[in-house]
Design a protein around this ligand. Structure first.
Ligand SMILES: Nc1nc2c(ncn2[C@@H]2O[C@H](COP(=O)(O)OP(=O)(O)OP(=O)(O)O)[C@@H](O)[C@H]2O)c(=O)[nH]1
Ligand SMILES: [Zn+2]
Length: 312
């Protein structure tokens, strides 16, 4: 039987089969995917085959997967999610204030994974005039760079229905700082999400691992599992995790910086001090936003000091 892994708690996987059943499945200890040393061989978002005794016997090739490296030196990774179509980054200009550095780091890592990002500005209802203006400027900046932006109030429901068509039939990773309203938005979009979550985890709470790593919430439970969209909520995880990259690659993760960098005099230009740097010129001429350039520099810095690992 084929299905989709929608939840991973410890060594258990909840599989939503193509005919709509929820199965608690396990994976044989020696089950490994070649080339990936991860603490979980199967991840939320994986399409799998479930055999006799609810053992997962096969994983379909992944379109992509998002990993988080372990903090320790075991070199093992944790796969947060597989087959992610897009990410929605929830931003609030106030309570809490989301920094542009945080946004830009998220966008850059999403570019590295080739996952498109939609920016959602939440809590419109509590913005004063200055904050409203700041939000407008941020939207203008990010739309110019090439990211789709939406304004909502998850609390009041304003603008939320307009997000639904963007989510249909897709696996969407929901991210954002703590307190920006991720849970509130999920509850708006999927009113029964909470009860559903509780039911599934109850089955696991009997002496099994109870830590939830990642979970996918079906957006339209009334649709077939194959056509529904899914939201991935990764508690406590704010970004895409770490990734290895070269200096030159970092430039390409900032879309507009990349465009200007094509005219730099030196092909190995880091856009920090080099003569004939088209990026520096563009920053000076305000074609590239100061905040974006600062974010680029901060990520370049991380790379020098090898501290990027701790950034997320
Ligand atoms: N005024 C207002 N408050 C909101 C809105 N959306 C969420 N909140 C409030 O903001 C607080 C945090 O919302 P949550 O949905 O718990 O935020 P979260 O992103 O899930 O937070 P974590 O679980 O810590 O990651 C709650 O008190 C919500 O009621 C909104 O649109 N307007
Ligand atoms: Zn340059």
């Amino acid at each position: 039987m084929k299905g989709l892994v929608i939840k991973n708690t410890g060594s258990w996987y909840t599989v939503l089969t193509d005919d709509g059943q929820l199965l608690d499945c396990k994976v044989k200890g020696n089950f490994r995917i070649k080339g990936i040393r991860s603490t979980n061989p199967v991840a939320v978002g994986d399409r799998v085959t479930v055999g006799e005794g609810n053992w997962i016997t096969e994983i379909e090739d992944r379109r992509n997967y998002i990993i988080r490296k372990s903090i320790n030196l075991s070199k093992q990774s944790h796969i947060l999610a597989a087959n992610v179509d897009q990410a929605m980054l929830i931003i609030t200009v106030s309570k809490p204030e989301t920094s542009t550095t945080f946004i830009d780091r998220f966008l850059a890592s999403a570019e590295a994974y080739r996952v498109p990002v939609i920016l959602i500005f939440n809590k419109r209802d509590i913005l004063d005039e200055d904050e409203e203006r700041l939000q407008q400027m941020m939207i203008q900046l990010y739309e110019t760079v090439g990211y789709e932006c939406h304004v909502v109030s998850a609390g009041t429901g304003e603008g939320v229905e307009e997000l639904r068509p963007l989510l249909e039939g897709k696996i969407t990773l929901l991210s954002g700082n703590s307190g920006v309203g991720k849970s509130t938005l999920i509850n708006r979009l999927v009113p029964h999400a909470n009860q559903r979550t509780a039911e599934i985890s109850d089955a696991h709470n009997t002496g099994m691992h109870t830590t939830t790593f990642s979970e996918m919430i079906p957006l339209s439970p009334q649709l077939s599992p194959l056509t529904s969209g899914y939201l991935i909520d990764t508690p406590g995880i704010k970004g895409f995790g770490t990734f290895d990259m070269e200096r030159e690659e970092l430039t390409s993760y900032f879309k507009e910086i990349f465009e200007f960098s094509k005219q730099c005099k030196f092909s190995d230009c880091t856009h920090t001090h080099e003569p004939g740097c088209a990026v520096l010129k563009a920053v000076e001429d305000h074609y590239i936003a100061q905040s974006r350039y600062q974010s680029y520099l901060s990520m370049l810095d991380d790379k020098d000091e090898n501290k990027y690992r701790e950034a997320y």
